[in-house]
Ligand binder design. Structure first.
Ligand SMILES: [Zn+2]
Length: 331
């Protein structure tokens, strides 16, 4: 189910993300050689509707069409089937960013593929790994890292002054690659926002031309640590007035802002027991620590910082409402 190729098909340089399945036939790992043989690994479309990374890579490849790359590049174009349907993943598929080594999911052909790619790439000793994503809600552009080491922090700091450190969910690509190279996730805002594409492209160009990460620092970084993930049980309906829960739309503008205690999280219109669940990174239910019920309102019990907050039902069902974070001070 995995293609491996050492050249870029001409048609890929002008393709839309929806056309990649027809062009490639399957998830594809490209190896392109450059002056420095230690490859930069770039990953895109682990989520099929997050297309910014693909278009940034496409523009990078156009630029180097008749020019030698300063360093070798390995590119993984992942869930082309979901990209065709403009979905995060197909209903029959696992989430492609939850099945890398370290995953808690059941075995599958796709999990085998991720294991194979990890093995292939670990042998090549990459310079760095960059996985490119989009958010559903409104967020600033930021990097994510899964271990706190100087090179990973530098890699994140070159993309944004904001970075998020997380260790859950498990089975994400960046975490698997952190075992053998500095790894970052780029969160490039919403997929239809062209500024995310420009930003990712400028970043790829910069990293591609770097000789080492050692001579740089990450002093500009404001680092957050995710402490909890907020979900809504399947049995609870989401929406406007006649639904069990209606989320506060104003919070969509508040990602990466501090939320004060007493702020409304949602209105509830149901006597069902639990309409929202807050889970810690180690999967303990800490709902009562963060959310209180007052009449028909759910309120934040203490101040916190949100990331990836969205009111869009499909995104909530496939992932979560938001993450809760606190600032992390290193050193
Ligand atoms: Zn994603």
């Amino acid at each position: 189910m995995l293609n491996e190729m050492s050249h870029i098909p001409e048609s890929l340089l002008s393709a839309k993300a929806e056309e990649l399945l027809d062009i490639l036939g399957a998830p594809t790992l490209f190896h392109l050689s450059g002056i420095d043989p230690k490859p930069l690994f770039i990953c895109t479309l682990l989520h099929g509707n997050e297309t910014t990374g693909f278009y940034a890579i496409q523009r990078l490849l156009q630029k180097y069409q008749d020019e030698t790359l300063p360093r070798s590049v390995s590119i993984f174009i992942a869930n082309v089937s979901a990209a065709k349907e403009k979905k995060r993943h197909l209903d029959i598929q696992d989430d492609y960013n939850r099945i890398w080594p370290g995953t808690h999911h059941n075995d599958s052909a796709e999990q085998d593929m991720m294991r194979t790619i990890t093995r292939i790439m670990s042998k090549k000793k990459p310079f760095a790994s960059i996985d490119i994503h989009n958010n559903t809600g409104k967020n600033p552009h930021y990097g994510c890292i899964n271990i706190l080491n100087p090179h990973g922090l530098v890699l994140a700091s070159k993309f944004s002054d904001i970075a998020v450190y997380f260790t859950d969910p498990k089975g994400v690509q960046s975490s698997a690659f952190s075992d053998f190279c500095p790894s970052v996730v780029l969160e490039c805002g919403q997929a239809d926002d062209r500024s995310g594409e420009d930003h990712a492209l400028a970043y790829l160009n910069e990293i591609l031309q770097m000789e080492s990460l050692s001579s740089h620092n990450s002093d500009n970084l404001m680092l957050y640590h995710t402490i909890a993930r907020v979900t809504i049980p399947k049995a609870i309906s989401i929406g406007e007035k006649d639904r069990d829960i209606s989320l506060n739309p104003k919070l969509e503008e508040k990602n990466f802002h501090q939320i004060q205690a007493g702020t409304r999280f949602a209105l509830i219109n149901s006597s069902k027991e639990k309409s929202v669940i807050v889970n810690s990174e180690s999967h303990e239910d800490i709902t009562d620590e963060y959310i209180e019920v007052r009449d028909d309102e759910l309120l934040f019990k203490k101040s916190t910082t949100l990331a990836m907050y969205t009111t869009q039902e499909q995104a909530i069902r496939q992932d979560c409402v938001c993450y809760l974070m606190e600032e992390l001070h290193l050193g």
